[in-house]
Each structure stands twice: as C-alpha cells, then as structure tokens.
Design a protein around this ligand. Structure first.
Ligand code: PLP
Length: 385
C-alpha cells in the first residue's frame, strides 16, 4: 500500500504551481523581459578561497593517500571542529553535538524521525512549507499558532511536542528578539517540548535585540535543536551542505543510530569547501555579499512602502512580506503582476492559508533587477491611482 499522506501536500497553492505558471508564461512570451523578485536562490557566486579549497578537495580524491570515502556520517572531523570553534564553543558544546548534512531542507524533515509519531507539531501560518509538507508525508499531526498583527507566533496554552521556529523568518522576514524567544524556550521547558530552530538566515541579523543563536537563551540546550546552512550565506544552494546542533541533553544516541542507517554523509568536496567558508579571507567576501543583499532588501522595503504597501520584515532577513494592494487572492495578484508588468513575486498562499492576500519579495537577487522591477511597479500604480 502506498503512502497516500504525501498527497495531503497542497499542490495547487505550491511553489511548483507558481513556477509552472511562470514557465508557461515565458514560453508564450519569449520576447518579454521578465524580472524575478521571487527567487529564494542567491545571485552571488561562491567566493574564491572556497572554490580553491574545493579544487584541492577534488585532487585529494585522485590519490588513495588523501582519498576520503565512507564513514563520516555526521561530517568530516575538520568541518565539525570548524563549526564548533567558530560558532558553538561559546555555548559549551562539543563536536559530538554538531551534525553536518546535505541541506537544512533535509534536516528539518529528518529530525522529525527523532520524535514519536504521535507528536503534536506546532507551526506558524504562514510557514516555510517544508515543515508542513514533511510532517504530512510522515503522517504527523500539524497545528498552527495564533498570530499577532505583526505575524508573531503567540505562545499557546495547550500542549505541543515539537515547535518549528524559523528566525529570521521565511516568509514574513522578521526575527525573534530575546523576549519573544525566551517565551518560547520557557514554554518548551515547561511542556517538555522540543524547538526545532531554523536559523539559516542568521547572517542577515543586524538588530541588537535579536539573538544570534537560540542557545543565548537560558535553558535552550535542554529543549532546542538549532539548524544552519551554508546555502544562503556562502552560495552553497547547489553544493549542498548544512549543519545542526543536537544537544546531548536532548539526545546523543538515537539520531546517530538513525543517521548511520540512512545517510552516508555530505559530499566530501562540499564539506572541504565549507571548512574554507570560515577562513578570514572568505568571511570578508561573504560579509560583503550579505551587505549587498541587505542593501537590496532595504531598497525594496522602502520602495514598496513609498507605493503605499504595508510591509513586514527585511531588516534581519533577506525577505519582505507585503500586503496586496488589490482585494484579490495572492495567486490572482501574482498572475496579474506577471502579466501586467512582467515581474515575478511569490504568492503568500504558498506559505499557508494565512498568507492569503500577501506576497513575498526576496532581496537575494541583484539591486539592478530590483530597481528595474520597482520602476515598473511605480509606473503601474501611477497609471492606476
Ligand atoms: N529553511 C528555510 C527557512 C529556507 O528558507 C530554506 C531555503 O530556502 C531552507 C531551510 C533550505 O536550506 P538548504 O538549502 O540548506 O536545504
């Protein structure tokens, strides 16, 4: 018997259905210059010291004295140590608590297997759709928090076992501050729940009241697993390498056992590249890329506000969350904007029912394209208003 729960995933309000519409539109109108403000992919290449490290890693594989093969289920020792030394030693972790993998998309799905099948999973609505879809496919029950007017998750009175927190958040573009996150850590401690803290956009945080890591909150190591990725910071979206901290207070046996039986480790070449991400010369180049993305999203935020849109986010993340200016569904608005001004935005409904009436804009593209797209928005609304 097949797993029909996979079909619970909403195919209509999905990235794939928006992408299919764009693909068809481009085929029908090859002469039109379509600009995407929707992309979740990066627009800067991998930095040179990382490329050089990967060239060297390819050479390692050509000789058995330097070859690396099976056995590094949780990541090569050098990378686990680099992650620890650069990001987690300050919270008292050890390399045994660092797990390297092939992407946070896989990690947030895989980690569900650490928990009982009857676990009640709590999400934001709108949410990064993978949490919801992974839970459906693995036959787990999903619930949603109440939200305040700024799309902040309100701590519930009822019991839940797993809480997915994405901060900085895709799609709403905001990040949790110390007070908000402390509320969630205290809830998890009280309820004996676990927070899966998706922190892949950590590099975009600049507000002083936003913690860099959930482990800055007292008690978090007893109740939180933190996930990070090289994808958006170091342009590893095609290379694939991520990592997470699973504190020994939560588990030091089960997930290792699960991993040995399911996964033979991330690519050696990608991991050697990831080690080089931590070199000072790489960090300097990466910081400059992040600065440009932040400048881009800040420009987009201001431009949409100037046009009278209500905008959330864009300060500590590469995304803004924008309210449609027309009283139509988010998919209708997305189709209208593509047809009228040839600009791609992401319909909010993709992220859940509460995303209806909104759209997501990304600052991960280039500033040149953002300027051209906003010029078109300006003209469109000047003619309309
Ligand atoms: N988590 C969030 C919130 C994301 O937005 C994304 C990608 O867009 C991912 C995880 C996926 O990261 P990775 O490329 O490491 O699989």
């Amino acid at each position: 018997m097949l797993n029909k729960n996979i079909l619970k995933i909403d195919k209509v309000n999905a990235f794939s259905s928006a992408s299919a519409y764009v693909r068809e539109y481009r085929q029908q109108h090859p002469e039109r210059d379509v600009i995407s403000l929707g992309i979740g992919d990066v627009s800067k290449p991998v930095v040179k010291p990382v490329i050089e490290a990967m060239h060297k890693a390819v050479d390692d594989l050509s000789d058995m004295s330097t070859f690396s093969g099976y056995g590094n289920y949780y990541g090569i020792a050098e990378l686990r140590k680099a992650i620890l030394d650069n990001e987690y030693i300050r919270y008292g972790f050890t390399t045994e608590e660092i797990y390297v993998s092939d992407g946070t998309k896989s990690d947030c799905t895989n980690l569900l297997e650490l928990f009982d099948v009857n676990s009640r999973i709590l999400l934001r609505n709108p949410t990064y759709p993978i949490y919801r879809n992974a839970a459906f496919a693995l036959s787990r029950e999903v619930y949603y928090t109440e939200l305040d007017e700024n799309f902040r998750m309100i701590v519930p009175d009822e019991h839940y076992d797993i809480i997915f927190i994405c901060s900085p958040c895709n799609p709403v573009g905001t990040a949790m501050d110390y007070t908000e996150l402390t509320g969630w850590v205290n809830y998890a401690l009280k309820e004996n729940a676990c927070i899966i803290f998706d922190n892949v956009y950590k590099a975009f945080v600049s507000s002083p009241d936003v913690p860099e890591s959930i482990y800055e909150i007292p008690g978090a190591r007893k109740c939180a697993i933190e996930l990070r990725s090289f994808s958006k910071t170091a342009s590893f979206t095609g290379l694939r390498c991520s990592y997470f901290v699973l504190p020994k207070e939560i588990d030091s046996v089960l997930f290792k056992e699960r991993t040995i039986n399911r996964f033979n480790g991330a690519s050696y070449v990608a991991q050697k590249g990831a080690v080089a991400v931590f070199l000072p010369e790489s960090q300097e180049l990466i910081k400059e890329n992040i600065r440009l993305y932040k400048e881009n999203i800040s420009y987009l935020r201001t431009s949409f506000e100037e046009l009278g849109f209500e905008v959330t986010g864009g300060i500590d993340s590469p995304y803004i969350w924008v309210k449609n200016r027309e009283d139509i569904s988010s998919f209708d608005y997305f189709r209208k904007i593509l047809n009228c001004i040839n600009v791609i935005i992401v319909p909010g409904a993709i992220f859940g029912s509460k995303g209806e009436g909104y759209f997501r804009v990304s600052g991960l593209g280039t500033i040149e394209n953002s300027r051209r797209a906003m010029e078109r928005f300006r003209k469109y609304y000047e003619e309309k208003d």
